[in-house]
Design a protein around this ligand. Structure first.
Ligand SMILES: NC(=O)c1ccc[n+]([C@@H]2O[C@H](COP(=O)([O-])OP(=O)(O)OC[C@H]3O[C@@H](n4cnc5c(N)ncnc54)[C@H](O)[C@@H]3O)[C@@H](O)[C@H]2O)c1
Ligand SMILES: O=C[C@H](O)CS(=O)(=O)O
Length: 487
């Protein structure tokens, strides 16, 4: 068992976490968790289903009455202690993450700190939930607004950021006063369960956090969307699944927040600082082996610098070292599974079959695990699938444009609207283009745009709502107007 690699072996949890108890599935069934770098099974985890999920929802509902007795300061202190414990166990959490998700250890450590920053941020925001006193229409009335927790939250998260996508939901929910039932991705349940263990150690009361690992995603999800005790569904994942969950949630008019798919363009203009643009595109494209929602999915380069940009990016990409994430020499890990490798291979084949040219990579790495070579493709056109589809892999397609208007039209020609980036030294252009890009987040001469302090989210079919920042609590609060008469 890989717990030999952990300093604290008790962080390796393989049962569900309901009402403060570690539980097996009713059927005693388990599912396998694999190391994507080797294809080997690293753990067997309890395979919970809709019945266990219903029990978790009922426990979450009961726990809220207890949590409302805690003052904002008491909630804040408990969240802060959870943050402290996550950071104190950063290496073990990163080891667990690398083994179940594949990202290189340095990226896993970074994600643990990033995920912890949401807990820290909302420990502080918990003390800043304010109401309003409004002007009254008559002398004998007073109009006030108070903010109250929306209620039990159903949360479903993806495998690509097994800690940060979870704390980005649970931390604001707890700060707002809501309890949570979370279904993590079946590929990466161990990180979620370790987080729950540390939350329990921090003193967060039983029933406030419930983790339901299971392979029966649609059945667990249906319980979360259909059960009237659940007042909000928050989802991070593909747009396809997000639409299913929004439709299911409509039956009980649940509030939803959706962090969905992306198709981020990077616009590089002739006047850009080329080294900064190459470095920014490299980081945005190849972080987590290209498996992030805000990855540079299309790189659009103005014709005057196109060949030089391709040459410089190719030289950087040739330096990646593919390998198992715990190996110090590795700078890029595998994709999550064989389906992901197949999907990336198909996208590359489509482009090459229609006339695009490889400058580096383009092949599956032979041997164990699910590795795809870091790849750069040039001379693409809009007929190719890479112009429209989210790659979710280490492939950098570089398109050419002539004018600013053409670049903006290409960038906006997608149903997605999560993140976009542009590189130019022209301040007027940076304003003009940022305002015309149909995206929730825009990086100007910068692609490392994420933090706990910014409103993360998209428009169009990339989702609704924002996570993090001073806006992040809104998705977990209801506003109540109280009219005080007979004053
Ligand atoms: N916007 C963001 O912040 C963000 C962050 C990370 C990933 N993503 C997106 O997620 C996608 C990749 O992640 P993925 O492959 O895990 O996505 P996915 O939609 O396949 O799965 C996400 C989660 O939903 C669950 N799920 C799948 N079908 C379900 C159903 N019918 N009912 C209930 N739950 C169901 C999965 O088990 C998993 O836990 C990409 O499109 C990526 O852009 C977006
Ligand atoms: O994959 C989606 C993540 O939200 C990206 S980030 O780590 O928040 O930038």
């Amino acid at each position: 068992m890989f717990d030999q690699k952990l300093s604290d072996k008790s962080l390796l949890k393989t049962k569900g976490y309901i009402n403060g108890e570690w539980v097996s599935s009713d059927s005693e069934k388990e599912f396998e968790v694999f190391n994507p770098a080797t294809g080997e099974c690293i753990a067997n985890v309890a395979d919970l289903g809709p019945v266990e999920t219903q029990r978790a929802i009922e426990a979450a509902h009961s726990a809220m009455s207890e949590w409302t007795k805690y003052t904002a300061k008491e909630k804040s202190a408990l969240l802060r202690e959870w943050f402290n414990l996550v950071m104190a166990n950063q290496d073990d959490l990163a080891t667990i993450m690398t083994l179940e998700q594949g990202k290189v250890f340095a990226e896993s450590k970074g994600e643990v700190a990033y995920g912890a920053s949401y807990i820290e941020w909302f420990a502080e925001e918990a003390k800043r939930i304010y109401g309003d006193i409004l002007p009254s229409t008559t002398q004998d009335r007073r109009s006030i607004v108070i903010k109250q927790p929306i209620g039990v939250v159903g949360a479903i998260t993806p495998w690509n950021f097994p800690i940060a996508m979870i704390t980005r939901k649970i931390a604001p929910a707890l700060a707002a006063g809501c309890s949570v039932v979370l279904k993590p991705a079946a590929e990466t349940p161990l990180s979620a369960l370790a987080l729950a263990e540390l939350a329990q150690r921090a003193g967060i009361p039983k029933g406030m956090i419930n983790i339901v690992p299971g392979k029966k995603s649609s059945e667990i999800g249906a319980q979360l969307t259909d059960n009237p005790l659940v007042k909000k569904v928050t989802f991070t994942g593909s747009t396809r699944v997000g639409k299913v969950l929004m439709a299911q949630s409509a039956q009980t008019v649940k509030r939803t927040s959706m962090e969905l798919g992306g198709n981020a363009p990077v616009l590089v203009f002739d006047d850009a600082d080329l080294d900064k643009a190459v470095q920014g595109a490299l980081a945005a494209k190849f972080r987590n082996a290209g498996q992030t929602c805000i990855c540079a999915n299309r790189i659009l380069v103005q014709s005057g610098i196109y060949d030089e940009f391709v040459s410089r990016l190719t030289a950087k990409v040739e330096q990646f070292v593919l390998g198992e994430g715990l190996a110090e020499s590795s700078t890029m890990g595998p994709l999550i599974n064989s389906n992901a490798v197949e999907g990336v291979t198909d996208l590359v084949s489509d482009a090459l079959g229609k006339g695009a040219k490889l400058t580096v990579g383009g092949q599956v790495k032979e041997g164990a695990g699910f590795f795809f070579q870091p790849t750069v493709i040039r001379d693409l056109d809009q007929s190719m699938r890479l112009a429209k589809e989210e790659v979710f892999g280490p492939v950098a397609p570089i398109f050419k444009f002539e004018t600013e208007d053409e670049a903006i039209a290409m960038a906006n020609d997608t149903e997605f609207g999560l993140a976009a980036y542009l590189f130019t030294k022209d301040q007027s252009r940076s304003w003009r283009v940022s305002e015309r890009l149909e995206y929730g987040m825009v990086g100007v001469n910068e692609t490392a745009i994420s933090s706990e302090m910014i409103p993360f989210g998209g428009v169009k079919e990339s989702g609704q709502g924002r996570e993090g920042s001073k806006y992040g609590l809104d998705d977990y609060l209801e506003m109540k107007y109280i009219c005080l008469g007979d004053i």
